[in-house]
Write a protein that binds this ligand. Structure first.
Ligand code: G4P
Length: 319
């Protein structure tokens, strides 16, 4: 079953971004480096109307460095886009962000023409952590100045360089099934919105090919790729003592263990998707989504005809 989850504030956030975007020079999108495609928000491109974009692959300390390099190259090849990798241990994140934004908008950043940067990201991607580090002892304004909307936060990163944080967050409509599972595995989706065993199985499915050695090292299972997902989860549960009565494995607990080990980095540095994989998933997801929409439109049309809101179309053979 595909996962769908919508936190609140969507409307508020869209409105805040639409208001701010006119006076924005660069949009920073914080992505989770372990799932850059799935943690991106496709809606953002429409909302930000072609403004230069800085993709920040955050939590790079947990991600696979080789795949992070692939994603950086992927984004850096896009027009008006730059990408950098970051994590909470970075000693001078402000300097890194300032430099990257200057490269995207070289005419901005003076007192006369300040650099105005908007930062966005889905929940749990590390936005508050980064903003707290950036704000440090610098003045942080919250909506008490002309030009700053209610609840909006403004951080002065350097002279003539302002970072605006929008209230609430944007959440993608999940049209790629794998994205739902990856987001749930990463901790971005509320616990009550998914089935742990199902997400654990999908996580193992993504891990057992590229990261079989890490599974072997952590759980002592000789050939994880040779097992189906159910047997692999069962073997992990058994190995970890996640048992019910009569020697049966508590699969939910086993799934919890795998997810916890992935989230905390105990399994090792992992990235669940490559740019090529994600592009394929997205293309397939868009085809399915379009088919769903056609079906929905047809049902809606039938409803309108039934309640006589629109006339019944002439039959093809009535001419
Ligand atoms: P958000 O505002 O985008 O929702 O995310 P937030 O900063 O609250 O961070 C979500 C979780 O991710 C926090 O962990 C935070 O410590 C962790 N985090 C943020 N940046 C990084 C990073 O670069 N690397 C790693 N490894 N972790 C990062 P938590 O368990 O929810 O809370 P806590 O352990 O900080 O109490």
């Amino acid at each position: 079953m595909a996962i769908q989850w919508f936190p609140g504030h969507m409307h508020l956030t869209k409105k805040a971004i639409a208001e701010r975007i006119r006076q924005t020079d660069v949009v920073i999108e914080l992505l989770d480096a372990r799932l850059p495609g799935s943690s991106a928000n496709p809606m953002l491109a429409d909302l930000t109307a072609g403004k230069p974009a800085l993709k920040v692959l955050n939590k790079q300390d947990l991600a696979d460095p080789e795949r992070t390099a692939q994603w950086l190259a992927h984004y850096n090849a896009q027009p008006a886009t730059r990408a950098i990798a970051l994590d909470a241990s970075a000693t001078a994140p402000a300097r890194t962000l300032v430099q990257a934004c200057h490269a995207l908008a070289p005419t901005r950043g003076s007192m006369a023409k300040p650099m105005r940067v908007l930062i966005c990201g889905i929940p749990n991607v590390g936005k508050s952590t980064l903003i707290n580090t950036l704000a440090g002892k610098r003045a942080t304004k919250t909506g008490d100045e002309a030009g700053i909307t209610k609840l909006e936060q403004r951080i002065v990163l350097a002279d003539g360089f302002y970072l605006y944080d929008t209230p609430g967050m944007l959440w993608p409509r999940i049209i790629v099934a794998q994205s739902g599972y990856h987001l749930a595995a990463s901790g971005a989706i509320g616990r009550n919105a998914f089935d742990e065993e199902e997400v654990g199985l999908e996580l193992l499915n993504s891990l057992k090919g590229p990261y079989a050695d890490l599974l072997t090292a952590r759980y002592g299972i000789a050939d994880p790729a040779g097992l189906n997902d159910e047997d692999l989860l069962d073997a992990i549960g058994r190995q970890r003592g996640a048992l019910l009565g009569k020697g049966r494995v508590n699969l939910q607990k086993a799934a919890d263990i795998v997810m916890h080990d992935f989230r905390s980095g105990a399994l090792g540095r992992i990235t669940l998707e490559t740019p090529e994989q994600f592009a394929q998933w997205l293309a397939a997801g868009q085809v399915l989504d379009a088919a769903r929409q056609v079906k929905k439109d047809a049902i809606e049309q039938q409803r309108l005809i039934k309640f006589k809101k629109i006339p019944r179309p002439p039959r093809a053979d009535s001419a």
